[in-house]
Each structure stands twice: as structure tokens, then as C-alpha cells.
Design a protein around this ligand. Sequence first.
Ligand code: NAD
Ligand code: ZN
Length: 377
Amino acid sequence: MLKALVTGGAGLIGSHIVDLLLRRGYGVRILDNLEPATHFEGRPGWIPAEAEFIQGDVRSTDDVRRALRGVDVVFHQAAYGGFALELTKMTEVNAAGTARLFEVIRTDGLDIKKIVVASSQAVYGEGKYECAECGPCYPEPRPLEQMERRDWEVHCPRCQAPLKPIPIDEATPVKLIGTYHLTKYFEERLTLALRREWGIPAVALRYMLTYGPRQSVFNPYTGICSIFSTRLLNGLPPVIYEDGRQTRDFVFVEDVARANVAVMESDAANGRVFNVGTGRPTTILQFAELLRAAYGAKVTPSVPGQYRPMDFRHLTADISPLRSIGWEPEVSVETGVQRYAEWILSMKRPAEYFTKAEEALKRARVVRQAGKDDKRD
Ligand SMILES: NC(=O)c1ccc[n+]([C@@H]2O[C@H](COP(=O)([O-])OP(=O)(O)OC[C@H]3O[C@@H](n4cnc5c(N)ncnc54)[C@H](O)[C@@H]3O)[C@@H](O)[C@H]2O)c1
Ligand SMILES: [Zn+2]
């Protein structure tokens, strides 16, 4: 029986990897510090008794050493991120935490057979587009003065024409435009570099926007599905940035868990980076409407013209490489939202933390209010 370590195994993606591994007969150990921003009410009930749980921190060498002892394979999911304001902590957990895993593996001479590391769509920056005149391009993030004018679409860097988004393939050049983006890229590069240096098979997965049951309902900085849901369930409208027509590739958490196990069990995946998504774009307005309908809520979303500087406009994954190793996304966004809604409705009504966090984000200018919309006045 292979013994797997899942760091961050109490969280959204990690916990579904844990369940899947147990079903497949792996022995499972979890290392998770139960980050209070994510697990405000402490240890979640979904950590299975069959898994060994270590409450510990990837920032502690002792905890990491304890977690790695006797382990064959590692799924490294622990991270701190999103739009949180603590950049130092993000760097220490994500970048240094990953370095620490390898440091312990090397200093202790551990026989780790394979590592899968969680990277992110965030590495792509604004992504990949096509201009009818000039062809494919990789634009910079939209300038602030453009967003202030509520001109939300991305323009061709050469001729300024509006661009058509095209699916992101893994060869798209990365654009590292913030701390979280940098730390995720550091994680994937370090993992693949050490694979070459030490010969440990390794794979990096770039998850698109992942949602599903167990997404924290406490952390107001990550997780649009929970942020919108807790607003709706408290009779408040979801606050939608830009005009709501920006698109994301929403991938259901169980599909992401299956992708982890698929690359772990495929030698053909070794040394490679894969997108994990559905290949299908959904606008934020459509996603909000699916949630509203699932709860039978009466409120309509608020679209006040706020935006996050450096946010990307459209991102959808090309998933053909992951398909080629035998993985397929199975859960549509309609079904996934339904599954999430059933989960959240089965709990006591969650409080709503977004409104307070939004004030902090506005003070820190992570979220901004665009100027007056001339077209509406
Ligand atoms: N959810 C998404 O849309 C998404 C997209 C791209 C990448 N990712 C990546 O996927 C991974 C899992 O994310 P998730 O969505 O499941 O988030 P999550 O917050 O639900 O889970 C992360 C888990 O890591 C734990 N953790 C945080 N800091 C830790 C530390 N210092 N030591 C040990 N454990 C710690 C948390 O307690 C939590 O249980 C992360 O690496 C994240 O960067 C997520
Ligand atoms: Zn052009």
C-alpha cells in the first residue's frame, strides 16, 4: 500500500484528494495547520477517521519532518493566498513552505517516489487572445485608466482592436503580476527543477477556478462560490466586479482531485505542467445566476463598477494535454453549483464575512471603484 501525504488536506481540494486516495486504497496522512482564515470554527468534520491527521505547519521544519516520515508520494496543496493582504505570510507559506518540503526530503535522505504540486491559473496573468488583424497575442494587464473608464475588454497591444480570448495552453508565457502568482510559479518551478536535480518524479497542476462542497465559508478573500452564496443566503446581493461579463473556467473540486490522482499514477505525466479546467468559459453573471436560482433567492446581483487592478478578464484552459493521459472533467458547472448548494444548505446558515473584508480591501485599494459611467449618466 502506498502512503500519501496530502498537505493542506483539510481544505477544499486537499480534502477531496484525501477521500479519493482512501477509496483507491492508499494510506493517507494529512498535514494542515487549520489556517484560521479558512477554518474559522476549527477542525472540519470531513477529515476522515481513516486518515492520519497532523495539525502542523509547512513553515515548521519539525512538522514537515514528522509529516514526511514513511511517506511514498506527496500531494502538496497547502497554501495561503488569493487576494489576502499578508504578502509576507503568503510568501513564507507558499514559496518557503515548498522549499522546506524539499529541504527535509534531501537532508533526511527520504525515498519519495513522486510529488504533485498545486500551481494556479494565476501564473498566466492576462492570458492569451487573438486579434482579427494581428493574430495571437499575450496582452499586459489592462491599464488602470482604462478600467477607470469602465472599458473592461482587453485591446490588441498593436492595433487597439478588441480581442477575442482563446484557450490557454501550458506553453503560454507566464506573466507574474503579483505575490500570489510569483509564489505559485516558484512552487511549480522548484518542484520541477528538483526533479531534474534529484530525479524525484514530479508534476505541477495549474488549477483553474476550483469550487465545490467544503470551500471555506469563512475566508472572504478567496472563493467566489462561497462569497456569493453567503451573501445570497443572508438576503444580500452578490457584488460583481467590472460588468460581470468577464469569464472564468469553473472546475468542480472532484474533477481536480481526480486530476491529481491521474497524474500521480501516470508515468507519462512526469516532469510536466498541466492545466486543470473544463475548457468551457462561464461569465461571472452566469455563475451568480446559477447560484441565485439554486437558492431560489430574490435578490439580483449588484454591479457597481468596482474592479481589482491587475485582475485578468478572460481565462479558459486548453485541457488537451491532461485529456491525453486519460482524464476528463465530468461535472458541468450547472451540476457542480447544484452539488455545492446542497452542501451549504445542509449546514447551519453561514454568516457573511465579505462586507467587512470588502471595506479592508477598498482601504488597501485592492478593490477600487471606477469613475462615473458616462454611458449611464
Ligand atoms: N481553489 C482554487 O480556485 C485554486 C485555484 C488555483 C490554485 N489553487 C491552489 O490549490 C491549493 C489548494 O487550495 P484550496 O482551494 O483547497 O484552498 P483551501 O484554503 O481550502 O485549502 C488550503 C489548506 O491549506 C491549509 N494551510 C494553509 N496554510 C498552511 C500552512 N502554513 N501549513 C499547513 N497547512 C496550511 C489550510 O488550513 C487549508 O486547509 C492551494 O495550493 C492553492 O494555491 C486553488
Ligand atoms: Zn491587432
